[in-house]
Ligand binder design. Sequence first.
Ligand code: PA5
Length: 462
Amino acid sequence: MNIQFDETNLLADMVGRAHGVTRAEVERAQPKAQKALAGFRKLSDAGRYGFPQLPFQSKVVKAIVRFAAEARGSFDTVCVVGIGGSALGAWALDCGLRGPHPVQGAFTTGHPRLVILDNVDPDFTAAALASMDPHKTLVVVIAKSGGTAETVATFLIVREWLQEALGATAGRIVAVTTEGKGDLYALAQAEGYAVFGIPENVGGRFSVLTPVGLVPAALIGIDIAKLCRGAAKMTDDCWQPDLERNIALRAALYHWLVWTRKDKPIQVAFPYSNHLWGTAFWFRQLWAESLGKATNRKGERVNTGQTPIAALGATDQHSQVQLYIEGPNDKVFTFWAVKRFRATGLVPGTPTNLPAFDSLAGQSLAKLIDAERRATAAALTEYGRPNCTVTLDRVDEEHLGAFLQMMEFQTAFLGEMLNIDAFNQEGVELGKKLTFGLMGRAGYEPYRAQFAAYEKKRAAAK
Ligand code: PA5
């Protein structure tokens, strides 16, 4: 397993002192990074945050592998009903290891596909249901809280769709939720679904290596033991004080400096790989929800956060790079490079006597996408735009498991450096409660009243 972090283009020597970090600044920040490592280690060892332990839970992995092996052959579609942290991990794994949509190829009972119902757009839900055969669909409903409005509403539709077609749902529904708590757990018990638990100390966006990501992954044929093996290796590195080995801590240190000292409130995740496109969306949630906070741990108002953007190379060179090069210098770019693609994409060498064609004939798409990334990094650097690169040797189970774990550690370390709680998400609560109020849920009447007051204010402002 080989993942590297290259910070050279974040240095003042490359992009100038106004936008890049000096070696002296890096030196001065070292104790802060080491403090973040020690502080996070303490919290993790005390059991407050559970994601670092996940790759070592071999019993959970074995139970999921056994379950998937027993179910195999009875479905050609795995339908995940979940949202946010309960959906994006599965999407990242599916896209990363089985190929980007829509080019995954034919799905069969031997090669099932993944359909994720993570939105309550009625047209999307209807179209998805119309595309699935209830006799060949295994539904995985995922909600840590057990009561998320979007998940519950969609699940009730899917459950009825199964019941109408099959007469019963026995053996067709798996629930992933907090064991012993919440309405989904209660329903699963009452209706006899298989249940996999989510540890209390792992929040949605850090849960890809719990059953939240592992159950769908195993069901579509991903080797989850290898995924955890890669994540375990990365975890060992992430506990090391040596920044050469601990690339998550090194990356956190540089990102903290560039963000807070060089005023870069935007982070562009720039994978040059369609397989990593799903992971970019997973990362967006991780970065936004973990680091966007109103207060620090002392209770002081900080309203901090770095807005994550997902851009796909080379495609978005033709839609975003103009802004990135000439627009405001308020971004830091992280290229995600892949050294070895599965295919080469050899460009036929037949001459045409046309320079645009002949200059590329006989070369390969692998070489071209690599050149495009390096050229874009060089162009950004020339314009004083700080950028760095994470390189994965290839996108397989071990590397993806390690990469996801690296990103989670990097986020946790950065949270420590900012002295914020990277693991809560108070900010999304009000919208959820107002929705419950609007949908008439008992106990949420004050939120309905709050919404009515807001509407009144709007009417007066018009
Ligand atoms: O990161 C998080 O905690 C959130 O994005 C949740 O995953 C999301 O709100 C879904 O919650 P639940 O799993 O309870 O349905």
